[in-house]
Design a protein around this ligand. Structure first.
Ligand code: AHN
Ligand code: ZN
Length: 334
């Protein structure tokens, strides 16, 4: 993949002292004080993202209230903490649809914590306790690996975190791994259609931000971004609450050559972690999520909430498409 560049036109006086390879551009007789500053967008490494997914899956299913969930949390805090300037764990309790009290942890890493202009990137790190959409009903109570559903968004964001440490962006970035997203009622459960049983970690954070004055210009959620041949349509709530951000991200993807993967077409309304961010915090938040009308479950990727959501379901090409697009958006942001 070719290196991508952003050309930011700055007044010469502002660019003094910049070490970002300033280029002189001739601009005509009356514009002597113009310089072009070239900002390099790092190359997203899909092998690295893939490895971060594998490391999560190796813990086993990351279901709240299990030892595997605790062990994976420690891994994620250490890994994110090795890249970010600060890391905070927000512990919370949430009541699930069946009355279970879930012990949740939202894991929050910040880059340039003092910077006013910020973008929030997020994904859920917990995995679904049951394969309620598995074609074989005998598997409906079996926990899933969640390589794509859970692992992929976090894997891509860990690779972005690694890049952020290597080359500082112009703005502040926060990365949140939300817990307890995927403990919603099983298929055919009486509570399926009522209540806010999904995205419990993001609901908690939106009502109790780790910094009481927290503000970001916008948020990008990654959910199920790693399946082979993933396609991304414009999700309904993202379109409703954050149409400008959605266009910016889709336009960026098209500009860098990923027009076959980011489709300018609206599809579905997904109750996901971006919804509380939009509705409670009023921060415009989009969901980059793989939807597929042709799948046998009728909405998401083929192995959604089945025992086949394993490493075999992950394609490095999809990780690259999403990771490079999000990296480009945030390195071009000021
Ligand atoms: C609903 O099915 C209502 N929300 C799906 C959100 C989700 C589940 N994302 C990943 N797993
Ligand atoms: Zn799920």
């Amino acid at each position: 993949m070719n290196r991508l560049f952003l050309y930011v036109i700055l007044a010469l006086s502002l660019s003094m002292g910049s070490c970002n390879q300033p280029l002189n551009k001739s601009t005509g007789p009356n514009e002597k004080a113009t310089t072009v500053e070239r900002i390099q967008v790092p190359d997203f490494n899909a092998d690295s993202a893939y490895r971060y997914i594998e490391e999560q899956v190796d813990f086993g299913p990351r279901i709240p209230n299990t030892p595997e969930h605790l062990a994976a949390a420690t891994y994620l805090v250490n890994k994110l903490g090795s890249f970010a300037d600060t890391v905070v764990v927000q512990e919370f309790k949430a009541r699930a649809y069946d009355g279970t009290i879930l012990n949740g942890k939202n894991i929050i890493g910040s880059f340039k914590p003092g910077h006013k202009s910020r973008v929030l990137l997020c994904a859920h790190w917990d995995t679904r306790p049951f394969a309620d959409h598995d074609p074989n009903p005998e598997n409906h109570l079996v926990p899933i690996d969640g390589a794509n559903d859970g692992g992929s968004g976090v894997g891509v964001l860990l690779e972005i975190a690694r890049q952020l440490e290597l080359q500082s962006p112009q703005i502040g970035i926060d990365i949140i791994f939300f817990d307890a997203e995927d403990y919603g009622p099983p298929q055919d459960h009486q509570k399926r259609g009522s209540g806010n049983w999904w995205a419990l970690g993001s609901q908690y954070w939106a009502k109790n931000t780790h910094d009481p004055d927290y503000f970001a210009k916008y948020a990008i959620l990654l959910d199920m971004v790693g399946a082979h041949d993933a396609r991304f349509y414009m999700e309904g709530y993202s379109q409703m609450y954050a149409p400008g951000i959605l266009k910016k991200v889709w336009n960026t993807a098209h500009r860098i050559g990923f027009q076959d993967y980011f489709i300018f077409e609206q599809k579905g309304y997904i109750d996901d972690d971006h919804k509380p961010i939009n509705e409670i915090l009023k921060i415009p938040a989009i969901d980059i999520i793989h939807m597929d009308d042709a799948s046998s479950n009728g909405s998401f990727f083929e192995h959604w909430h089945t025992i086949h959501d394993t490493m075999d379901a992950i394609g490095k090409g999809s990780l690259k498409v999403v990771g490079q697009t999000v990296l480009t958006v945030i390195y071009e942001e000021r």
